[in-house]
Design a protein around this ligand. Structure first.
Ligand SMILES: Nc1ncnc2c1ncn2[C@@H]1O[C@H](COP(=O)(O)OP(=O)(O)OP(=O)(O)O)[C@@H](O)[C@H]1O
Ligand SMILES: [Mg+2]
Length: 305
């Protein structure tokens, strides 16, 4: 993992309102991003996904555009070798491949947690090569939500406060952050677990809290690295069902997985092997799979559809 780009956020190029304190959303940290600005994302209910003109960027057709991306780690490991990848708004895709194939490296590059050795990375219309690390941090905080296998919840505070952390740098008053957190928790089916602390939640519930935290700031892109990896199959299905529901409501979601069955449930599979994209299959998702009762409530609406 790299945390070389996770310094505090400062105002982005077209985002003068960005919180100067910033927030580093790094995989070694809490693993989520927040809206640092209280800009476009701050209006509306949680889940007002991806699409509001936000002052940082317009709404480019592709949320992610990678061209010829390579990543070499010190010691000579070429973890990515010439990756081209475009992700359109409102896509739901799997990035699938065996252990060591470069999936997490790719997630870090797409998530702007790390920069490529060569090639170009454009996120929400911004060429990251043109941004300083601090501006990159602001972009990340505003546009990207992260979910990780190991949840990264803050121990000792309630589910509601964990989710409200996702709005910490939004400029919103605490009461409003907590109100939106409550809406987001209701959205993921945990209205009755608001006051529970992480150790009082099941694994699947923890991951749903983490998802609520990742989406409460209404990011353009949700990146999930093995989100079901620590869960039993029923909890994993519930989490995947939730991701499907969020996508139906307009969220752009990339799920990193080594599990071909999980990948097969998603409409598009980008297959990666030895640092290269070896297949990119987009097809209609099989119906009736990966869904579980009791997850998902109506309520999140996209600005664009
Ligand atoms: N910080 C690092 N320094 C050196 N090599 C690294 C570093 N991080 C990853 N690698 C190497 O890069 C390659 C890709 O690693 P990556 O973590 O992206 O794989 P992955 O597909 O996510 O695997 P897994 O499914 O096991 O999580 C591996 O060979 C790994 O050993
Ligand atoms: Mg990995």
């Amino acid at each position: 993992m790299s945390s070389g780009t996770t310094d505090g956020a400062v105002p982005g190029p077209a985002d003068p309102g960005t919180c100067p304190t910033g927030h580093a959303a790094g995989p070694a940290g809490t693993g989520y991003a927040v809206d640092p600005a209280g800009t476009g994302h701050a209006g509306g209910l949680p889940g007002h996904f991806a699409g509001a003109s936000d002052g940082f960027t317009g709404a480019p057709e592709h949320v992610v555009e990678l061209a010829g991306v390579t990543k070499e780690y010190p010691g000579g490991v070429a973890a990515l070798r010439g990756v081209d990848l475009r992700v359109a708004r409102a896509e739901l895709l799997a990035i699938v491949g065996p252990s060591g194939s470069g999936k997490s490296t790719l997630l870090h590059i797409i998530g702007t947690l790390d920069r490529p050795t060569a090639g170009s990375v454009t996120i929400a219309g911004h060429d990251i090569a043109t941004l300083t690390d601090r501006r990159l941090s602001a972009l990340r905080a505003q546009h990207i939500g992260f979910v990780f296998q190991s949840f990264h919840l803050v121990p000792g505070i309630s589910a509601q406060d964990n989710v409200a952390e996702g709005l910490l740098y939004s400029g919103l008053p605490r009461a409003e952050r907590r109100r939106r957190a409550a809406v987001a928790l209701d959205r993921v089916g945990l209205a009755d677990r608001m006051a529970h602390r992480p150790h009082e939640l099941s694994g699947g519930q923890k991951q749903r809290v983490a998802i609520a935290r990742a989406v409460v700031g209404e990011p353009d892109l949700l990146l999930a690295d093995e989100p079901t990896g620590a869960l039993d199959s029923a909890s994993g299905e519930a989490v995947m069902a939730l991701l499907h529901d969020l996508n139906k409501e307009g969220a752009t979601i990339a799920v990193i997985t080594h599990d071909s069955e999980i990948a097969a449930e998603l409409p598009r599979q980008v297959r990666i092997r030895d640092g290269q994209v070896v297949a990119d299959e987009g097809r209609a998702a099989p119906t009736g799979k990966g869904r579980a009762p009791g997850t998902g409530h109506p309520g999140i609406r996209s600005a664009e559809r």
